[in-house]
Design a protein around this ligand. Structure first.
Ligand SMILES: *Cc1c(COP(=O)(O)O)cnc(C)c1O
Length: 379
């Protein structure tokens, strides 16, 4: 089955009791048992819920994986992955990481004796240098946020296999439409479903997809034991969002290209970070592992003044200033003071995250209007 057909059909079946073509919202906490232990596979909605189950199957199919698990947020999903490990274990991740992931790693899990190393992972040698006998996992995010670096998933997987490490990939920016990490050798794919998969800025949710049965069992045990599960209404909304994921991603990528090219020739713009530009330092790796390049773009202004960036952000009409990304509407953000404020300035500088950096989540509006908006805001 091809992607678009999967987006519409995978995991969902007409409801057998009524013929309803759309998966019902099973808004129930518990399920009747005819005799103790006699039930239809559902006992309690933290453990299983039919609406969530349909969504988990759909997400697994989209990632070419065997098992999907949904969580109450992307960070809930990350939390479950880190709980696979024990005090003393070490995890290597990228130095240009989603701020919330950096925060849960350093501010929550370091307290429990886990150790995290942050290296520029687009340089495979930098990863290998940090691997020791305590290392248990590589946590990859690609493209990275907000610098849009591309990390080679196949090269990371070779390294992970050589040293017997788990390879987890945060695939939020790419979505399963643009990139399938399991096919490239990853063990765990993580999504903030809140972003492109939900796609309409109306749900907060996370997900994991894996192939390995024992990994699935351990993660499902954590999911049920810790309880960060999404409600059925949100699962329904995401199932609805998924039906247009391929169409939306095509338009996000098309608009992304037009806007990256526009910014790239603008005299007041410094650097443009979009993996589809041939000038992007990791463009060849991006071409190898992604089907297209999506709608996330970062750029700096010449002179690199924070106050210039703020003026541009205040002038936007369609690129609404807000945290988050991946919705049908275009959004803008200032990573240094918003999403990445929890990363110390010296670490931001090492990652190249400048004070004038503006991040765009290019929506699916008409590109002409979006370019007009950039024109009037940048001047
Ligand atoms: C938003 C985001 C997360 C966290 O997901 P939430 O749903 O907000 O908890 C993790 N990784 C990336 C890349 C994100 O953009």
């Amino acid at each position: 089955m091809k992607f678009g057909t999967k987006a519409i059909h995978a995991g969902v079946e007409p409801d057998p009791s009524t013929g309803a073509i759309m998966t019902p919202i099973f808004q129930t906490s518990t399920y009747v048992q005819t005799s103790p232990g006699q039930h239809k596979g559902y006992e309690y909605s933290r453990s299983q819920n039919p609406t969530r189950h349909a969504l988990e199957k759909s997400l697994a199919a989209l990632e070419n994986g065997k098992h999907g698990l949904c969580f109450s947020s992307g960070l809930g999903a990350i939390d479950a992955v880190i709980k696979l490990f024990s005090p003393g274990d070490e995890i290597i991740s990228t130095n240009d990481l989603y701020g919330g992931s950096y925060r849960i790693f350093t501010k929550i899990f370091e307290k429990y004796g886990l150790k995290f190393h942050f290296v520029p992972m687009h340089d495979t040698k930098a990863i290998e240098e940090k691997i020791s006998d305590k290392t248990k996992m590589l946590w990859v995010e690609t493209p990275t946020n907000p610098m849009m670096n591309i990390i080679d998933i196949e090269a990371s997987s070779r390294l992970a296999k050589k040293h017997k490490l788990v390879l987890a990939v945060d695939n939020t920016f790419s979505t399963p439409y643009l990139q399938n990490p399991l096919d490239l050798g990853a063990d765990i794919v993580m999504h903030s479903v809140t972003k492109y998969i939900g796609g309409h800025s109306d749900v907060v949710m996370g997900a994991l997809v894996v192939n390995d049965d024992s990994l699935q069992e351990r993660l499902a045990f954590i999911q049920n034991s810790c309880g960060a599960v999404p409600g059925p209404q949100d699962c329904f909304l995401v199932l609805r969002g998924i039906k247009t994921l391929h169409i939306r991603m095509q338009r996000h990528s098309e608009n992304g290209r037009k806007i990256a090219e526009y910014l790239n020739q603008h005299p007041k713009v410094g650097k443009v970070y979009w993996p589809g530009l041939p000038s992007h330092p990791n463009h060849e790796v991006a071409k190898k592992q992604m089907r297209d390049f999506g709608g996330m773009i970062s750029f700096t202004l010449k002179g690199d003044k924070q106050e210039d960036a703020i003026k541009v952000l205040e002038k936007f009409k369609y690129f609404t200033l807000a945290e988050s990304l991946g919705g049908v509407e275009s959004l803008s953000g200032h990573p240094a003071s918003m999403t990445h404020a929890s990363i110390p300035k010296e670490d931001r500088d090492i990652a190249g995250l400048k004070d004038s950096l503006i991040r765009l989540s290019v929506g699916i509006e008409d590109a002409e209007d979006l370019i007009e908006d950039l024109k009037q805001a940048i001047g």
